[in-house]
Write a protein that binds this ligand. Structure first.
Ligand code: G4P
Length: 528
């Protein structure tokens, strides 16, 4: 095995932060970047996020080319590790993008607000992580505020996210009584101080919860700590690296991101425990990151990086081998050679040209619409990475032209936007409508805005009686034909030429499923 490659792979950690909005993802990201020396000042990530809450602001910001992109992949170094942190727009309407980004990570960091426990977005994101058994580390945030009992939060996670919790730190009180955390595997007290930004106590180290000096420091709360530690010892789940790596158990940390408390402790464990780049499945075999030959897969496309050249950036995760600038690779879907002359790597605040990159790294490649999500690039063997899903949209709208002469441009625009993954496009079999499907409503506004500004197409969208879409397939051709005849008016073809059933309401979907047991109705579709 190539020693240099092995060393580089082993020190990489590529992960995504997932949370329900407002749990503290941005605040935590910022603290991680501060530790990595990637930003010098708190506030820089935050200010980007602020604009994301309103549609108009989002669009204005989007036009300041590149901002949302630089914040979506952040690379930094910490303790000899090369960390790639993948973020996605915080707005829940962009969750589909979040889902896809999660296919490019090796692990996830789940942030939970101690007062709220598991929330809806957390549930959805965990479902996606489960598709690939992505290992998840949990940070329970906002301990400086009153919240749920820590045992109750863990029970909530275990029950609703179906993952076992193994606390590695344990909080002592919360809100105004928050005294700090006990590190369960180092057996060490970490005292909280809002004033010191939660720095580790330099003086005494307490190795034993029964140390009488703790009675003085923690007062009455020491009894509760001792009791709870005993309880955890008896009934808690011991941490098990293998189970964490399989996605069956999540190590849990408690802290307060805003006070910078518990963050470094979590980061120190994260780099140690989180998996390095993992093998990735293709249609023919699993590809190990340690293989000498280069391979990479595109998981996200971002348009409009540069207003003057209508180009797009394809985000590629390197899966094996070493990338070097100017390298020639094969673009397998189109069967052409391709020289990657100007790849970009995303540091926290700026973009720089890449000379070399390794498995786990994300590079950006400029292109003019030739690259699609799911495309694989290799330098030798033809491969096709799998596992990048398209999710069944939750909202639907019909697109109408204000100027009927622009039909061709509309089609081109919608096809390109669908390829980019900005929206899903369905063409009904029975008529010539364009139906858009999105995971979040905000996407429709963005599409209409982009059609106008990038394709000079003045369009609007209107309600359509579709509530759910399912991709349809069956081994049984006859059943498929019967189904197609029966539901012809509700069938459509998506941008990848796959057949979808657009159900006008959930009851009709139910009855279709009952009526045609040989038909498979899928909520996700592999991007081909
Ligand atoms: P998000 O990216 O997950 O949406 O969350 P974000 O970091 O923006 O945090 C949401 C709110 O929670 C922010 O308050 C933030 O300051 C606060 N917050 C984050 N971590 C902690 C913590 O450890 N303790 C406490 N008490 N609050 C925390 P905001 O009022 O919405 O914004 P701002 O005015 O503070 O900027």
């Amino acid at each position: 095995m190539n020693k240099e490659l092995k060393r580089e792979v082993d020190k990489r950690r590529t992960f995504g932060i997932i949370s329900h909005p407002d749990a503290g993802k941005t605040t935590l990201t910022e603290k991680l970047l501060l530790y990595g020396g990637a930003i010098q000042m708190a506030g820089s990530v935050k200010s980007r996020k602020a604009a994301r809450h309103a549609t108009s602001d989002w669009m204005a910001m989007e036009q300041e080319r590149g901002i949302s992109v630089t914040s979506s992949v952040m690379k930094f170094e910490y303790n000899g590790y090369e960390i790639n942190l993948l973020d996605t727009p915080g707005h829940q309407d962009f969750s589909e993008d979040t889902y896809r980004v999660l296919t490019a990570v090796d692990s996830g960091l789940l942030v939970i607000d101690v007062a709220k426990g598991v929330e809806t977005q957390t549930l959805k994101l965990m479902d996606v992580c489960r598709l690939r058994n992505t290992p998840i580390l949990t940070f329970i945030n906002k301990l400086d505020r009153e919240g749920l009992d820590p045992f109750a939060v863990m029970a909530d996670i275990e029950e609703r996210l179906k993952i076992e919790c193994a606390p590695l730190t344990w909080p002592i009180g919360m809100g105004s009584n928050f005294k700090g955390t006990w590190n369960l595997y180092k057996n060490e007290l970490h005292l909280f101080s809002a004033v010191h930004g939660g720095k580790r106590q330099k003086g005494d180290v307490f190795k034993d919860p029964n140390d009488p000096r703790l009675d003085e420091i923690l007062g009455e709360q020491v009894h509760q700590l001792r009791e709870e530690l005993e309880l955890l010892q008896g009934a808690g789940n011991p941490f098990n690296l293998e189970r964490y790596r399989k996605g069956e158990q999540t190590p849990v940390f408690f802290g307060s991101a805003i006070n910078n408390f518990g963050v470094q402790e979590m980061l120190d464990s994260f780099v140690e425990l989180a998996p390095p780049p993992q093998p990735r499945p293709t249609t023919t075999r699993d590809v190990s990151p340690y293989e000498d030959d280069f391979s990479g897969v595109v998981f996200k496309i971002q348009a409009n990086m540069d207003k003057n050249h209508r180009d797009r950036i394809a985000f590629m995760r390197i899966c094996s081998g070493k990338f070097t600038r100017g390298m020639k690779v094969k673009h397998h879907r189109v069967g052409k050679d391709f020289t990657i002359a100007n790849a970009t790597i995303f540091m926290a605040q700026d973009r720089t040209g890449v000379e070399e990159a390794y498995p786990g790294d994300i590079i950006g490649i400029h292109n003019h619409g030739t690259i699609k999500i799911g495309d694989t690039f290799t330098d030798k063997e033809p491969l096709k990475f799998v596992g990048i899903p398209s999710f069944s949209p939750e909202h639907f709208r019909r697109v109408q032209l204000r100027d009927p002469m622009k039909r061709k441009q509309l089609q081109k625009g919608l096809e390109q936007l669908a390829e980019e993954g900005a929206v899903q496009l369905f063409r009904p079999i029975a008529n010539s409508d364009y139906i858009l499907g999105a995971v979040g409503l905000l996407q429709f506004d963005v599409i209409v805005h982009r059609l106008l500004h990038e394709y000079a197409v003045n369009a609007l969208y209107e309600p359509v009686s579709v509530t759910t879409a399912r991709w349809i397939h069956s081994e049984d051709k006859r059943a498929l034909d019967d189904f197609s005849d029966y539901y012809r008016s509700d069938l459509a073809i998506d941008a990848e030429d796959c057949l979808a059933y657009l159900a006008p309401n959930p009851w009709k979907l139910e009855s279709a499923i009952e009526r045609f047991p040989k038909i498979v109705f899928s909520t996700t579709r592999e991007i081909s």
